[in-house]
Ligand binder design. Structure first.
Ligand code: TNX
Length: 748
């Protein structure tokens, strides 16, 4: 065959453009920069490249890059004061007259130039590190480009609770490096709680000699109430703290200490019981939860707290001091003569106002020292202190209320920002406190609630991940819970929403994991499993089980029943199933193999359509189909398998495809009084024109299957779920509305 010259030319051009397109080197950055422009050519890192840093601040930034390069298994770059002709160099310019975190990074064929404010250069350094480490697998080439970048939110925080489980000073530093790598700028160090006081206070040595140690810890899930008898604890000396603060400052990270008050103070009170209401708090708490012993509200307590804060502010240069303020039971205050006296003397109507008085007084003290307070959203109760910033954790309402009243708000809602929650299926994840906060959920977070006006929205200064460590027994576990969810949050807070793209994020994360691996970070790879969607099938009963991969990967599935052994086959199309069994999923991405099993329990109405007269509340408003999807909730429970109603009594209607015989209906409910979740008092069923009901009873925490014998023929079933009303005396949250949780309705 002979081709004309012209045609051959056209073919060649097409071929080259295809090659150029497919081989065009793009960098994969985490978080995505706000503006990146690629240019022709590349910078060659293989040649004798130097780091040029003229000023002391620039040299500090240069040595940070070198530290990170070593950590990433790359060679250090020699640091020079001046660029020499003909040597490719990485120039670092710090504009000390600039503030903020903006930086510019220019890569040309001869030089790389990073410039910005002192903090901006550190942010750019994490970009540069990623370019350099990626060049390793691209023949040392960094594509020519221009990045202009600055954060979307001013406050980008990560918290760490070192009280429930202690971590070493070295680990705190590593944690700070991980924050800086992801362009976060605030480390919220939760230093005191019921289970341990972790900061040396010279004036009150017992805070650490006594308060930093407990004679046992809770082991296993909360409901087991099991404890070991080991002496556990640790604390940071003031020397340690200075070292950490300096380390963080070199990474442009502000450390905000949290000294909890008036609640979560058992460790302090075990050391100095004279500041409690009863004068008798014998030991540092061993278990998790909320405790009645809190600081007594009287002048001697304030003197004690002011002494402590005086030492704290000498150690931490941050504008903010976090003073807790959350979860303070008023039980002791109600019957304490000293607290009552303080109430009367200050015309305070109730204990909420007493709490507010406490916070205001401490605020006044800190304001007088030129500092500002942050408190958890409970500080709104009984009136907000004048200059306080609110950290909204019980959802976003606290943040909204703060912003509306002209106070700054930092969003940390449990639904998206609690990294102590599960990030995958309970059956394969290590024990966690509960919840279900996947990588995708974090990535979908938008810190500014829609209900705020543009003016109010300015008060939302950012968001923060909270890492509470009740169930994180060691440092590896902390890393596992932090990453990669931190990657998602960092992009939420750094990168403009218009540039968010989940697919592209997954792709970059895959690359970023290589860097995390080189740092030997124990990051979770749970997100790499394909996502399972359960849909009603064509027959009644049946389900359609659909898997979707987030990445190019190989996926195999098997269906197993107790009688059959699972045989893996490549996944090609959704599985149609019509009887109980387990779906086995295996995904292979490079050398990462992940396995997950999904048990399904069938009844005659599995896959039936479900209508709810009232949607679930807050984070438990899953679709009605959750109740007929064959997935029956287990313990420890995670949010996603339960529809929950707070103080509401829903009717649930299931409609199957055809009339069928129905002998009994089983409603699967959760009873977990410590979490304010109570089994219903009564369940009524209407089906086949008849009414049935069952009075339910639940004592111990657990998953209950309440059975209503019926015996009729029908294609629909309506259930009325009646609650116990207000939580009874003697239970957590007595007098408040309780939750009702339903996972599944099985019809036999
Ligand atoms: C609530 S968040 C707490 C912490 C617990 C955490 C567990 C907040 C202000 N208080 O004391 O560790 O839940 O998720």
């Amino acid at each position: 065959m002979r081709l004309s010259i012209k045609f051959r030319y056209v073919l060649t051009v097409i071929l080259f453009s295809v090659l150029a397109f497919t081989t065009r080197a793009e960098v994969r950055l985490m978080p995505a920069p706000n503006s990146i422009t690629y240019r022709k050519g590349h910078f060659d890192l293989k040649s004798s490249c130097t780091l040029v840093a003229a000023s002391p601040v620039a040299r500090q930034a240069a040595s940070l890059l070198n530290e990170w390069l070593l950590l990433s298994n790359c060679k250090e770059l020699p640091v020079k004061d001046q660029a020499s002709h003909n040597t490719p160099s990485v120039l670092i310019t710090v504009h000390s007259d600039r503030t903020g975190e903006k930086y510019r990074l220019v890569v040309t064929q001869r030089h790389i130039h990073l410039e910005g404010s002192a903090a901006g250069v550190v942010r750019g350094m994490s970009t540069l590190l990623q370019l350099v480490t990626q060049a390793k697998s691209a023949n040392g080439r960094i594509p020519c480009l221009l990045i202009d970048d600055e954060p979307r939110f001013a406050y980008r925080g990560v918290h760490l609770d070192v009280c429930r489980h202690f971590v070493s000073k070295e680990f705190v530093k590593r944690y700070i490096d991980l924050l800086a790598l992801h362009k976060m700028n605030t480390f919220h160090w939760h230093l005191t709680d019921d289970q341990g006081w972790r900061i040396e206070i010279r004036k009150y040595p017992r805070l650490t000699t006594v308060g930093a140690w407990r004679n046992g810890s809770m082991i296993g899930p909360y409901r087991d109430q099991k404890f070991d008898t080991l002496n556990y604890g640790g604390y940071y000396t003031q020397e340690d703290i200075r070292e950490v603060v300096d380390y963080a400052s070199a990474r442009a990270i502000t450390v905000i200490p949290e000294i909890e008050m008036p609640g979560h103070a058992v460790a302090a009170l075990a050391a100095y019981p004279q500041y409690s209401c009863t004068g008798n708090v014998p030991e540092v708490a061993k278990g998790w939860g909320v405790f009645d012993d809190v600081f007594c509200v009287n002048d001697s307590t304030f003197a004690f707290i002011e002494d402590i804060l005086t030492e704290v502010i000498a150690l931490f240069p941050s504008n903010y001091i976090h003073i807790g303020g959350d979860e303070c039971p008023k039980t002791r205050w109600k019957v304490c003569p000293k607290c009552t006296e303080t109430r009367y003397a200050n015309n305070l109507r109730d204990e909420h106002e007493l709490q507010s008085y406490f916070i205001r007084r401490v605020e006044q003290f800190l304001n007088s020292k030129g500092r500002n307070i942050i408190g958890w959203d409970e500080i709104l109760e009984g009136g907000l202190a004048p200059n306080a910033t609110v950290m909204s954790w019980r959802g976003v309402d606290g943040g909204i209320a703060a912003a509306r009243s002209g106070h700054k708000a930092i969003m940390t809602p449990g639904s998206h920002c609690y990294f102590d929650h599960y990030q995958g299926e309970r059956s394969t994840e290590p024990l966690a406190i509960g919840g279900y906060t996947t990588l995708e959920k974090v990535y979908s977070y938008r810190p500014v609630p829609d209900s705020l006006t543009a003016e109010e929205a300015r008060f939302v200064i950012g968001a923060q991940a909270n890492v509470w460590t009740e169930y994180m027994y060691d440092e590896q576990q902390v890393e596992y819970m932090l990453l990669p969810r931190l990657c998602a949050l960092s992009e939420v807070l750094w990168t403009d929403t218009s540039l968010h793209d989940l697919r592209n994020f997954y792709d970059r994360l895959l690359g970023h994991q290589t860097l995390l691996d080189s740092w030997k970070v124990n990051h979770s790879t749970t997100w790499m499993l394909p996502e399972l969607t359960v849909l009603p099938g064509p027959l009644s009963p049946s389900l359609r089980l659909e898997l979707s991969s987030k990445l190019p990967q190989q996926v195999e599935v098997a269906w197993g029943t107790p009688e059959s052994k699972p045989m893996f086959m490549p996944y090609k199309e959704p599985l149609l199933v019509s009887a109980s069994g387990t779906m086995y999923v295996r995904s292979t991405t490079g050398d990462v193999v992940k396995m997950q099993n999904y048990p399904f329990e069938f009844s005659r109405f599995t896959g039936a359509s479900v209508a709810l007269s009232l949607p679930g509340d807050k984070n438990y408003n899953h679709p009605g189909s959750t109740l007929s999807d064959g997935r029956v909730g287990t313990l420890p429970w995670t949010g996603k398998q339960w529809v929950g109603w707070l103080g509401h009594e829903p009717d649930i209607t299931l409609r199957a495809g055809a009339k069928t015989r129905v002998d009994s209906i089983v409603v699967v409910c959760l009873h977990d009084p410590v979490s304010w979740i109570h089994a219903p008092a009564e369940i009524k069923a209407t089906c086949g024109g008849k009414e049935f009901s069952v009075a339910t009873e639940a004592r111990d925490m657990g998953v209950y299957r309440f059975t209503i014998p019926v015996q009729t023929e029908t294609d629909s079933v309506t259930l009325g779920i009646r609650s116990i009303g207000k939580i009874p005396e003697g239970s957590a949250g007595a007098g408040e509305d309780g939750w009702m949780f339903v996972s599944e309705v099985l019809v036999y």
